[in-house]
Each structure stands twice: as structure tokens, then as C-alpha cells.
Design a protein around this ligand. Structure first.
Ligand code: P6P
Length: 340
């Protein structure tokens, strides 16, 4: 019997508790995936503590080195990469890691136990925006190792998205959020910096049926294929039967994707002649977000097939990407099939 002194607090669900409840559905779960997701949440807190002070602690600007992508490595990139690796290299949960910042897979150091999972990650996507205070993000994908024991292998990293165990992203923006799925829907948590906890703020995210935005770098229009150009005219309402969408393009995919996940819409980064495979990386950018999109009722394609069905050939391979409301992405496939 509740009495007048009972505090009617809303149910406060930390990410730790949510992950535990999700894993309780799997009696065989050993807790390794739970621990891995905890560690990624911790990494997010540590990275957020830096990104929200980027202008104050002299980590703005370029660290001077260039990564495997040939992109200038911002100091925060390096810090985020180190943070994620160091939090996971000794836990015994992983067999191997792969990072956007490193040419080769990252082995678990000698002397540390090798676990059953594989972690692939982009430590800080959109980092060229760091100096301008634009939202940026961390993207991660988790697989079971395919090799039996011992150090993980490159083949352990080259698995199609269909085989994902979990995936998600952190977005460092007006607030810090962690959005993840283990195949049981998509759940969003917002960091309360006063207590250092991720609290459930967006349970069971479903992409709205009615889309609001399309997100593409319109500046490359003259470089697109005819199919992508015609598709964009459709999105702009220039074709009969569709009134068109508003354009929102931040230049930071996690931010564009996150907004479209909540408002409905489509983000796309098509191939152009100078990048015939597209700009975005398949394994640790397109695939994890495609998993989230599909779990939220959306879809992701390279313009011809489901991103999750692509068998990777190399760690840093690139792909064109169309991701968002299923109807909008399928429309892209239609235009590309018709005109290209
Ligand atoms: P552009 C950031 O470098 C990124 O990989 C995505 O986060 C972003 O959507 C895209 O590239 C921006 O590229 O060519 O439009 O500046």
C-alpha cells in the first residue's frame, strides 16, 4: 500500500541495468557481452569528458599524423581510439579488434586472455568537425569470433552484418547519447553528467513512418550518377506523387543518422568518380548503422543490395550508403536500377 510519503519517481533505468535485463533473455549468456557493452559505455563517458571540453584542454587541432584513410588525425581521434582499445585489450572478452585508425586488426596483447567477441569501431566519426563544435560520434560493431581459440584473425573481422551480435553508436552533441541494439530493438540512453550515468531516455526507438529529411552533400550533385540525381529530384518533390522533404546535412554521419532515426528520413553518401566505392567504410560505419536502422524498422543499401548482406573483403573497404526509411531507400534502389 503506497502511503503519502512514497516517492513517485519515474522508473530510472541505467544502461547497466538495461543491458542486464536484455541479457537475462539469453540463459546461456556468460556476461561477456554485458561487460563489453559496459566498457563501451565507459569509453563513451571518457571520450565525452574530452569532447565537451575540446576547446579548453588544448586538444583541438591536428595531432600531425595521418591515418590509414589519409585523413588528418585530430588529437581527439587518437584519444578516442586509445581509450576504446585500452578499455578492452585486457578484459578477456575480445579475440581481436579493428579500428578506423589502424591499417591492420589490433591483436589482444600477449599475456591477456582472448575472448569470444570481435570489436570493430570508428572511434570518432565526423572528427573534421571537432574544431567547429559540431556533433561527432563513435560507432561500434560486435561479432562472435569464427576462429576456435587463440589470437583472433582478420577473417574474424571480415563478417557480414547479418552475423552481428550487437552494434551501436555514441553521439557527442548537445547531450551525450548511447544508442545500441543486441537484436532486441533499438534503445537510447542519455548521459547525466552530474552522476556519470547513461539513463534510458529513448526505449524501443522506431523510425517514424512519415519521413521528414533527406541528408546528402548537395555540393557533389554534378558528380553523381544519373540515378542518384533523379532520386534526389524525387526527394525534392520534383516528381509527381511526392511532395518532397527538407534538406538537413550536418557533415557528421552519426548526427545526421541519429536525427533521421528519430524524425524519419534518409541519409546517403553515393559513389562519385573519384571514389567509385563511396567514401564511407563498410565494416565500422555502414554496417553498424544499418543494423540499428533495420532494428528500428528502416533499411540500408549500397544502392543495389542490403548493406547487411555484403561479405567484406578487406578491413577498410568502402561502400556507397543509402540509409533510413525503408520506402525511401528502396526508392533509391529503383532509380539507380532504372537510370544507371
Ligand atoms: P563530405 C565524416 O568525414 C564522414 O565520414 C561522415 O561522417 C559525413 O557524413 C561525411 O563524411 C561528410 O563528407 O564529403 O560531405 O564532407
Amino acid at each position: 500500500m503506497l502511503n503519502s510519503h512514497t516517492i513517485h519517481a519515474p522508473q530510472i533505468l541505467t544502461i547497466e541495468r538495461h543491458i542486464l535485463e536484455m541479457q537475462r533473455k539469453f540463459p546461456e549468456a556468460t556476461g561477456a557481452l554485458t561487460g563489453l557493452l559496459y566498457d563501451l559505455a565507459l569509453a563513451g563517458k571518457l571520450i565525452a569528458s574530452q569532447t565537451t571540453r575540446a576547446g579548453l584542454v588544448e586538444i583541438l587541432g591536428k595531432e600531425g599524423s595521418v591515418n590509414v584513410q589519409g585523413e588528418q588525425v585530430m588529437k581527439l581521434d587518437r584519444l578516442a581510439d586509445e581509450t576504446i582499445y585500452r578499455l578492452n585489450d585486457h578484459t578477456g572478452r575480445l579475440a581481436i579488434m579493428g579500428s578506423e585508425e589502424h591499417e591492420d586488426p589490433l591483436p589482444i596483447p600477449e599475456g591477456y586472455p582472448k575472448g569470444k567477441y570481435v570489436l570493430l569501431y570508428d572511434p570518432l566519426d565526423g572528427s573534421s568537425n571537432i574544431d567547429y563544435n559540431v556533433s561527432i560520434g563513435t560507432i561500434f560493431a560486435i561479432y562472435r569470433r569464427k576462429s576456435a581459440t587463440g589470437p583472433g584473425t582478420l577473417e574474424d573481422c571480415l563478417q557480414p552484418g547479418r552475423d552481428l551480435v550487437a552494434a551501436g553508436y555514441l553521439i557527442y552533441g548537445s547531450s551525450t547519447m548511447l544508442v545500441y541494439s543486441t537484436g532486441q530493438g533499438v534503445h537510447g540512453f542519455t548521459l547525466d553528467p552530474t552522476v556519470g550515468e547513461f539513463l534510458l531516455s529513448h526505449p524501443d526507438i522506431r523510425m517514424p513512418q512519415k519521413p521528414t529529411y533527406y541528408s546528402v552533400n548537395q555540393g557533389y550533385e554534378n558528380l553523381w550518377s544519373e540515378g542518384v540525381r533523379q532520386y534526389t529530384y524525387y526527394l525534392q518533390g520534383k516528381k509527381k506523387g511526392f511532395k518532397g522533404l527538407s534538406l538537413r546535412y550536418i557533415g557528421s554521419m552519426v548526427a545526421d543518422f541519429h536525427r533521421n532515426l528519430l524524425t524519419g528520413g534518409v541519409y546517403y553518401y553515393p559513389a562519385v568518380p573519384s571514389q567509385p566505392q563511396g567514401k564511407l567504410r563498410l565494416l565500422y560505419e555502414a554496417v553498424p548503422l544499418a543494423f540499428i536502422a533495420e532494428q528500428a524498422g528502416g533499411y540500408a543499401s549500397d544502392g543495389r543490395r542490403n548493406i547487411l548482406d555484403i561479405q567484406p573483403e578487406s578491413l577498410h573497404q568502402r561502400t556507397p550508403l543509402f540509409i533510413g526509411n525503408r520506402g525511401l531507400v528502396e526508392k533509391a534502389e529503383e532509380y539507380i536500377a532504372r537510370y544507371d
